[in-house]
Design a protein around this ligand. Structure first.
Ligand code: CA
Length: 368
């Protein structure tokens, strides 16, 4: 991305205002912000989530509430669930065209626009939640994300993270890699591609159809999110075996995308408010999922009809190897994906030893 001198100057200024910690240190547009005005803005936020969907949809509502509060009511946002204004998977185009000013979803939904987008949500065996935020805010990830979205007239912000997901619900135990052969499982994106390479059949289904599909046997397994959302859908009534970890979604970032023209009409203080509100929403979602998943897991552990199991290491090792192949094939056919993967991978390589001696070691060691 070519940066003008003006942009670099503004970046320094914004950083000097103490906004670096809010993820706002990279001024994302080339157009100077107008000075603060009394003008009021009423925006629409279209989302990929069912109405008031716990954690993810409510995370969009939280962001809207923050924006309204921080701006003193000068930027009010009406949130629309999937299907209310447009279907879930038209969010990207709607915000790109300006039909809505804001969109809330996950970048991996937009693979059809650019294969590089997947790295900004999650990739199998990749960065965890801590590491995603580290890469995006302090490792160059945010600049790459803006570069990938720029041709679509969109400015992305990280605006939530579910934390590591669960591996999913299975109607039979997975003890060997061979048990994945012929398995019909709802799992999307690169995770689905990895399952395909392992001999399984990835199936694309919207969340609302998972319970019935699993209960009737039209699929053998499904991933969804984690205990909190999975229990809400009743998935524990449709399959017995609940596997961890969610190798396919180690720490998915949720996004708020902004139409560039709308963004450029905002005065400087509301641009800053948008960045700060997104970062606050990012933190809030992870905290909510950690609290509520813990409660729902406790419920599942007491349920005699549920067996919570870890994937065998040999299965994970094979899936890891297939993931590496899938990402390398992706990088070989798409130069922008290759550029993002190079940054992502080098960050992961540097980050992982620190996570092992810090978060993982501490978690294993502490049990008061
Ligand atoms: Ca999922």
């Amino acid at each position: 991305m070519a940066e003008s001198h003006d942009m670099l100057t503004r970046r320094t200024l914004v950083t000097g205002l103490g906004l670096a910690a809010a993820g706002c240190s990279q001024a994302p547009t080339d157009r100077p912000a107008p000075a603060s005005t009394a003008e009021r803005f009423t925006w629409r936020m279209v989302t990929t989530w069912p109405p008031n969907f716990p954690g993810l949809g409510t995370g969009a509502n939280t962001l809207a509430r923050y924006l309204e509060a921080i701006s003193g009511g000068r930027l009010s946002v009406q949130v629309y669930a999937a299907g209310e204004l447009i279907p879930a998977f038209e969010v990207f185009d709607a915000v790109s065209s300006g039909a809505a000013e804001l969109g809330h979803g996950g970048a991996y939904y937009w693979r059809g626009k650019s294969e590089a987008v997947q790295f900004f949500s999650t990739v199998p065996f990749g960065l965890n939640t801590h590491e995603m935020n580290a890469w995006l805010y302090y490792g160059g990830g945010m600049e790459l994300w803006r570069e990938v979205y720029a041709p679509f007239n969109l400015i992305p912000f990280a605006a939530g993270n579910s934390g590591v997901q669960m591996g999913g619900w299975f109607n039979r135990p997975i003890e060997r890699v061979e048990d994945l052969r012929g398995l019909r499982m709802r799992v999307q994106g690169l995770g689905g591609e990895v399952l395909r390479r392992a001999g399984g059949t990835p199936v694309a289904l919207p969340g609302a159809e998972l319970f019935t599909a699993l209960q009737t046997g039209s699929i053998d397994a499904t991933e969804w999110v984690g205990p909190y959302n999975d229990v809400a859908f009743g998935l524990h009534r449709a399959a017995r075996f609940y596997y961890y970890p969610g190798w396919h979604e180690p720490g998915p970032t949720m996004e708020c995308m902004v139409n560039r023209d709308a963004y450029e009409r905002l005065p400087a203080d509301l641009r800053a408010a948008l960045g700060v509100a997104c970062q606050a929403a990012n933190l809030d979602m992870t905290a909510e999922f950690n609290a509520r998943n813990a409660g729902a897991l406790e419920q599942l552990r007491e349920d005699p009809d549920v067996e919570i199991r870890a994937f065998p290491e040999a299965v994970l090792a094979e899936l890891r190897s297939l993931t590496r192949e899938a990402i390398e094939d992706l990088a070989a056919r798409d130069t922008l994906a290759a550029k993002v993967w190079a940054s992502y991978h080098s960050f992961l390589a540097q980050s992982r030893p620190w996570q092992l001696v810090s978060e993982r070691a501490q978690t294993r060691a502490s049990a008061l």
